[in-house]
Ligand binder design. Sequence first.
Ligand code: IVH
Length: 685
Amino acid sequence: MSAQARIAELTTKLNHYNQRYYQDSVSEITDFEFDAFMAELTELEKQHPELQRNDSPTYRIGGNITKSFTAVAHKFPMLSLSNTYNEQEIIDWDQRIQKTLNGRPYDFVCEQKFDGISLSLTYEDGVLARAVTRGDGTRGDDITHNARTIRTLPLAVVQTPAAPPPPAVFEVRGEGFMPFREFERINLEREDIGEATLANPRNAASGAFKMQDSAEVAKRRLDSYVYQFLSDTDIFTTHEESLVALKSWGFNVSPTWQKCQNIDQVMQYISHWQHQRHTLPCATDGIVIKINDYALRDELGYTSKSPRWAIAYKYKAESRSTLLKGVTFQVGRTGAVTPVAELEPIELAQTTVKRATLHNADEIERLGLKVGDYVFVEKAGEIIPKITGVDASRAPLLQIQTPILFPTHCPACQTELYRKDGEVAYYCPNEKACPPQLRGRVEHFIQRKALNLDSLGEGKLEVLFDNKLIANAADLYDLRFEQLIGLEKNHVDDAGKTRKVSFKDKTVQNILDGIAKSKEAPFAKVLFGIGIRFVGENTAEKLTDYYKNIDALLAADFETLKNVPEVGEKIARSVIDFFGVEENKVFVERLRAAGLQFEGTTAPVEVESNALADKTFLYTGTFEHFGREELDTKIEANGGKVLSGVSKKLNFLIVGEGAGPSKLEKAQKLGVTIISEQEFVAMLG
Ligand code: IVH
């Protein structure tokens, strides 16, 4: 038998066994036999890499590296759902539908609203060809290699007489998530090796999908549920049919969906799952109610953001009351002082809550809090606990009852606090020496979204600060092995556990390797990492795309900064202020001298024509021929400029599909010329 034929045979066989095991919980062969077939296939693929098939089960184990995720345009935009927290609005929605459908009968399908990462999965000739994240709804990241590690996601669809054959090309939408069980397993493992635990399953899944090494992703054992079928050819007439077919094609369809004949049944479904949802294997944050019939869906249509044929009922946050034992004050990297409520620990939505942010002094006043009060604690989005008010039904604990006084001086460095114009927060002005500010800035710099120096996590940074080896991020690049070896400290983590951090050979080498590697981080990450106020990840990318290198950015003035897409006055002012400070310039120069990236790696825009010279543009909505970045490039390549908002300086507003009304109205008022995508294309000549 040829290698090609054997590879095909093994691929099909192994996919079948996988399917039986993960979907039907049936082991048709022993683990030993399975492993032997896998080993044979791996070896054959190693010898003939060109023969590896797209549906090869070896993708499940991973090992494919994605350096940077390619942006891919969605064939069908990924919309959102309109949300409600109240049952009356569901009834109102139903009545609007009755009216539109003019008395014709219809039924609903109710499903869980899974709280994970939405995925768009394209199948070509029955094989998973591409998995893309939602992104901005128009374009997402190609995470195919990572998605292939999801064992319950068929790499090739299973054809059975029970369902129609799928069209040559189709798309399936669903949610990728980390099951609670895996989340707990991983956190226990991380605790054991002294690594930071993951905050919640959703973030854990989102982080995993964005990992570069799919072998690492495979270890996270992500899972998926699918809930939507899309194709150019109609093969189903109802959503129900599509769910049944998806299931028999081998997809993981949560068995919790239910067809409902009327809104009373929908309400019963809601009240059932509201209580039972913790028995599900993954996080959910509500219920999705959909009209079952596709033809009726077409009649109901879409608003600019969401379908009219579906609505999400979101669970209200759980709320319980507990004792406010005290308030501490934390100083962040910007110097803002945040009050934090110290609570008698309480179980809420299955986690223990001990602390909750009180945001600022006004918030304390608004809530009328005193230490010793019983307060309501709520989890918004089931993640961040917040205090919503005093529980007047419980008498305060008088022994400790005291008013909460906002400090006049910094709790860390004793400098007098001040309030910035128009802001509610109090700030410590001692930017240059206040320890938590210095530490906060370095923490910002080393975080994953910036320079990703995770070798400095978990108390190691603290050791460097305590030993006065660093005061800012640039100091990291001067660290030497001899300075670090042998340092140690007892580290108390967030959970109050004490652990000894000691710098042995391997730890030190890890830290230094991590620091050296961070020099490869792209310009946008560096710019984000240096921590200019209001310059988030996205803005940093816009700035680096526009300016290409740090010298151009340093030389930029207020007016030209405002030409950068999505940069308004506030950000432009903050950038100018930041580079106006001598210490910050020195800081940047030191990082540059250390070898960090201060130049964009993306090719500068190639000039195509002068057709749009001296003209300014802004666009809104989504477009048939261009993604947002493509449109930016097209405009610039033809001599035009993209503005950040509608103003008198704007010449043309290009309006795409699903554009919201606000930009349009403003543009009309200011007499800006409004054009379609076709008219724009015509302008290019
Ligand atoms: S249907 C037009 N069904 O919720 C939207 N979405 O707010 C079609 N989601 O991006 C989506 N569970 O990631 C649908 N059973 C479910 C869902 C679900 C979770 C997410 C999805 C979507 C978001 C919309």
